[in-house]
Design a protein around this ligand. Structure first.
Ligand code: PLP
Length: 387
């Protein structure tokens, strides 16, 4: 049975060249990058080469990259690092209702500590309206955090416009680009962002490493982890050198084929949607019809439970998701689909297919054969289904 992995928004397989690049860091390059001797210096050089590659893929300078443990830490650092320098009452935060839990739960926690937070709504496609951002800004707003692209439905946000509004009002702007980095062009200058979060394991790099871009000139960021003077005193702790080197390699690979790969995945994504919506009745597309990540197809199948689909597909060797990996396992309906105004019964019948570099046309053809009979079988036993 051929295994088909269509859950690349949860995580991606490690690229073999990334592993190759990492292996020496577990062998001869074992030194501490902070050590002055040659063991340390050799490792430091490898780490700085990786920093260069990560910076290049987002149009940043190397001094603007802080390595952290992943997307979640990066989001936490951006938001808490900004507001912790202020008295809670004087540090208002603006975000949106469909952020990843790394942002949403961080904001909810801060709210409990007295920081006021505005959670902006989204429209039926999952888009934030920049005019809403502008209206929500108060004199005490310290940070606006709106993700670049959504992990569940793939909708891409009007980042440049939001960044412009933030800049005009003198408010820091953070974007979580964990899902878009390495898949869409990400250019911190063009986007006009102050802080940007990325994570290696979403672009065929290793797990447990990510970065926060901090625009030059932003001096005041409270470190979340105190200790030594690593990462220009922004984040203490001996760096995850192998992870960082792997992250650099993953960025280099992504930059070598960014446009082509995006075009290739868009074709696969749209073909799967076309095939499934032709072969299965009562389906819907969740997310923006066009302004969406090339990797992401989220579809609703009425009169079925997404969980049953997921399990049946798993038995056939196909991996998909019913929501974000972080919320699967809970039966709570997706907060993203709810904010988009999708009714509960439709949310429960939604699946996310997320593509990556290992997927081919054959995967799409196979899934087109496998899924329709599964849906038909489940619908047959549904009391609501009238065929
Ligand atoms: C949009 C987004 N932000 C943040 C994260 C968290 O990243 P990490 O798993 O590296 O902590 C994820 C992971 O799913 C994500 O999709």
């Amino acid at each position: 049975m051929k295994k088909i992995y269509l859950d690349n928004n949860a995580t991606t397989p490690l690229h073999p060249d990334v592993l190759e690049a990492m292996l020496p860091c577990y062998k001869e390059f074992f030194g501490n990058p902070s050590s002055v001797h040659q063991f340390g210096r050799g490792v430091k050089m490898k780490m700085e080469e990786a920093r260069e590659k990560v910076a290049r893929l987002m149009g940043a300078e190397t001094s603007e990259i802080v390595f952290v443990s992943g997307g979640s830490e990066s989001d936490n650092f951006a938001i808490k690092g900004t507001v912790f320098q202020h008295d809670p009452k004087s540090a208002h935060i603006i975000t949106c209702q469909i952020e990843h839990p790394a942002v949403l739960q961080t904001c909810k926690g801060l709210e409990k500590q007295g920081y006021p937070v505005t959670y902006l709504p989204v429209d039926a496609n999952g888009s934030v309206n920049p005019a809403d951002v502008e209206k929500a800004i108060r004199p005490e707003t310290r940070i606006i955090s709106i993700h670049h692209a959504n992990n569940e439905v793939g909708t891409i946000q009007p980042i440049e416009e939001i960044a412009r509004i933030a800049r005009e009002k003198g408010v820091l702007f953070h974007t979580d680009a964990v899902q878009s980095f390495g898949k869409l062009p990400v250019d911190v200058k063009k986007m006009g962002v102050d802080l940007l979060s990325v994570s290696a394991h979403k672009l065929n790099g290793p797990k447990g490493v990510g970065a926060l871009f901090i625009k030059k000139g932003i001096k005041k960021m409270m470190p979340l982890i105190g200790g030594g003077h690593h990462e220009r005193s922004r984040r203490a702790g001996t760096e995850n050198v192998a992870g960082i080197v792997g992250f650099g390699k993953a960025c280099e690979i992504a930059s070598s084929h960014l446009g082509e790969e995006a075009a290739r995945l868009t074709v696969l994504r749209d073909k799967l949607y076309k095939n499934l919506s032709e072969k299965i009745s009562h389906t819907t597309l969740n997310g923006h019809p066009t302004n969406r990540l090339p990797t992401t197809l989220n579809m609703g199948f009425e009169f079925v439970e997404g969980e049953s689909l997921l399990i049946n597909l798993d038995l056939k060797g196909v991996a998909v998701s019913t929501g974000s990996a972080c919320s699967s396992g809970s039966l709570e309906p997706s907060h993203v689909l709810m904010a988009m105004g999708i009714p509960h019964e439709k949310i429960h019948g939604s699946l996310r297919f997320s593509f990556g570099y290992g997927n081919t046309e054959e995967d799409v053809e196979l899934l087109t054969e496998i899924l329709p009979p599964i849906v038909a079988k489940i619908r047959e036993i549904s009391p609501l289904w009238e065929g």
